[in-house]
Design a protein around this ligand. Structure first.
Ligand code: DGT
Ligand code: CA
Ligand code: CA
Ligand code: ZN
Length: 578
């Protein structure tokens, strides 16, 4: 975690605690400052060393906050935050993992019932005490009971977007070690699953002790929970990291085994058995006539590389994102694996926000950011008002009309193509929250569900996809990973409607969403739909999130032609006009 992230996280905690105390306005300022510090390209510790004025040069960071930042670097704590924590000794992250429970509710429940943990919350709900608290009702209480298990489980899994940077860092760090011959990530993080139980990292080395030692010395680790001769486990923040060291000659077999998924490995193992072979973490062995049940018994056929392991089983090498037992074993055996979309093939972003709605930056700053990122085009799609847009976030039709010439004037100066657009809301009955004549005047219409996100949403989304001016269904299920499951959607039926109406289905690359997910993407493509991968950026730093969308597309077997924004601006225009 960079010091910028560290400070941002503290300020967000500050904001949550202020919210819990019922303080108004201030939390919003703290969150905005946190976001800008996180996105700030320089090192915050450098500014802090120069003093409060330098910290205050970051957008949205006023005197009160900059003095706290300096205090933290000087003393190692923010006194006011420490006091707030003592005042409200709640497990904020765990409690707010329950859908419908925010920091404010946590504050009220602590005030009224002294609730600090999920267990206490559950007990109070079961005893009917929650509905007695002012501002809560029987419905909220039932909602807590319905969601607590989900929240408990979710709290134990990290988001891919949180875990992946640690994975990249630990891999680079270990790979630079003297004793390390091979190093790779395995497990769910290598498969780019949207949530991660632990980050698996595998090293090939003849000196396991030195590798375990180097691992334990990694700066980012907060605590080591287990350490043995060839393995170790530790936490960096809330992310668990699992190290395993194997002999370099067996690295490929170990990597294949520890990448999983379990279901993929079962299918691979069954294929081996059919051919009188055995596959395990040590290699592929010919076991014809072998009685010995030692793991390494039999004639070794392959173990050094993953390619060799799959080859020995008569299969193409399987990209990790496909290893979910969704038909990849048969396809690899038949030599018919998809030619997957690659990072770098996506050429633009058509779902982004500016400070006209809830984004943090101007239209010009977003255009500059996406240009620096290397894209060929951008669509500005601020939130329209409507259901789900609380706190005046959405833009009225009238304001959207005013925004069009503003976008066009930035476009005239830009090195890339800039499209006008909107992110409209899909109401529960499938209607779109913006007037038809305005929709017709905009280049890109993203329509997304933002409220009433439970139950079956198929009819609702199909109706939206059939609207002649809707180009993209944004984050179709509305899920928030680890927080809410979102709409149930018959993806096949939605995809058919989308394909028939030239509407693309989005993979929202924001790591909190990754919506659609891999399984749904595969179904959508099979039903003929076009996919579009957008970051839903609210600041220029968010364009970097694209890779999570690309790997989600790969999990859905997407090839280049399946993805709308691999086309150039001309190609995109043809789709929009089609
Ligand atoms: P996670 O960490 O819950 O997000 O998911 P994974 O897939 O990373 O699971 P993890 O960390 O428990 O184990 C890493 C891989 O090791 C897993 O994908 C497959 C392999 N593996 C672990 N335990 C077993 C097992 O009992 N049988 C088989 N076939 N494979 C296993
Ligand atoms: Ca894992
Ligand atoms: Ca593991
Ligand atoms: Zn959006």
């Amino acid at each position: 975690m960079s010091r910028n992230d560290e400070i941002a996280t503290l300020l967000e905690e500050f904001a949550d605690l202020l919210d819990a105390k019922g303080v108004e306005y201030k939390p919003r300022a703290y969150r905005r400052a946190a976001e800008n510090i996180r996105d700030y390209p320089g090192a915050i510790e450098g500014l802090a060393a120069e003093g409060e004025d330098s910290v205050g040069e970051i957008d949205g960071v006023g005197d009160a906050i900059s003095s706290k930042v300096v205090e933290y670097f000087e003393t190692g704590e923010i006194e006011e935050l420490t006091e707030l924590r003592e005042d409200l000794p709640v497990e904020m992250d765990a409690l707010t993992a329950v859908e419908g429970i925010g920091p404010k509710s946590v504050g009220s429940l602590y005030e009224a019932l002294g609730i600090t943990t999920l267990d206490e919350l559950e007990a109070a709900a079961e005893a009917g005490e929650i509905q007695e608290v002012s501002g809560f009702g029987a419905k909220t209480e039932q909602n807590i009971l319905d969601n607590i298990d989900f929240a408990r489980e979710a709290h134990e899994r990290s988001l891919l977007g949180e875990a992946r940077p640690y994975g990249d860092q630990i891999r680079a760090y270990l790979a630079a070690g003297d004793a390390v011959e091979e190093c790779a990530l395995g497990g769910s993080i290598r498969r780019w699953r949207p949530t991660i139980g632990d980050v698996d990292v595998l090293v090939g080395s003849t000196d396991a002790e030195a590798v375990v030692e180097r691992f334990a010395d990694w700066d980012e680790l907060d605590r080591v929970i287990e350490s043995g001769e060839t393995k170790a486990s530790a936490y960096a923040d809330d992310v668990r990291v699992d190290l395993r060291v194997v002999d370099p000659s067996e690295f490929g077999a170990a990597l294949q085994y520890f990448t999983g998924s379990k279901d993929h490995n079962v299918a691979v193992r069954n294929r081996a058995i059919e051919r009188d072979l055995k596959v395990n973490e040590y290699g592929v062995f010919d076991v014809t006539g072998v009685e010995d049940d030692d793991q390494r018994a039999g004639e070794l056929v392959a173990s050094k590389s993953e390619e060799a392991v799959y080859d020995a089983l008569g299969m193409e090498w399987v990209p990790p994102e496909l290893r979910e037992n969704r038909g990849e074993v048969a396809a690899a055996a038949a030599g018919s694996l998809p030619d997957l979309l690659a990072e770098g093939e996506v050429r633009g972003d058509i779902h982004t926000h500016t400070n006209w709605s809830d984004g943090g930056n101007t239209i010009a700053e977003m255009v500059e950011g996406v240009t620096d990122f290397g894209h060929d085009y951008l669509a500005v799609t601020d939130h329209a008002t409507g259901p789900g847009m609380v706190g005046g976030v959405g833009v009225s039709d009238e304001r959207l009309r005013e925004q069009i010439p503003e976008i066009e004037s930035v476009a005239a100066e830009a090195d890339i193509d800039v499209f006008t657009g909107v992110e409209a809301n899909i109401a529960a009955d499938g209607t779109i929250s913006v007037a038809d004549d305005l929709l017709a005047d905009l280049d890109v219409v993203v329509a997304s569900p933002h409220a009433a996100l439970d139950g079956d949403g198929t009819d609702r989304l199909v109706t939206a996809a059939e609207h002649p001016d809707v180009n993209v269904i944004g984050h179709p299920t509305g899920r928030y990973l680890n927080r809410r499951e979102g709409l149930d959607v018959d993806i096949g039926r939605l995809a058919e409607a989308a394909a028939a109406n030239d509407t693309a289905l989005e993979i929202n690359a924001n790591p909190a969403r990754l919506d659609l997910g891999g399984g749904a993407v595969k179904q959508a493509i099979e039903a003929g739909a076009t996919i579009v991968i957008n970051t839903d950026a609210h600041s220029p730093g968010n364009f970097e999130l694209l890779r999570y969308g690309v790997h989600t597309a790969r999990r859905g077997w997407a090839e280049t032609d399946d993805v709308l924004n691999t086309r150039d601006a001309e190609g995109l225009r043809e789709f929009l006009d089609g």
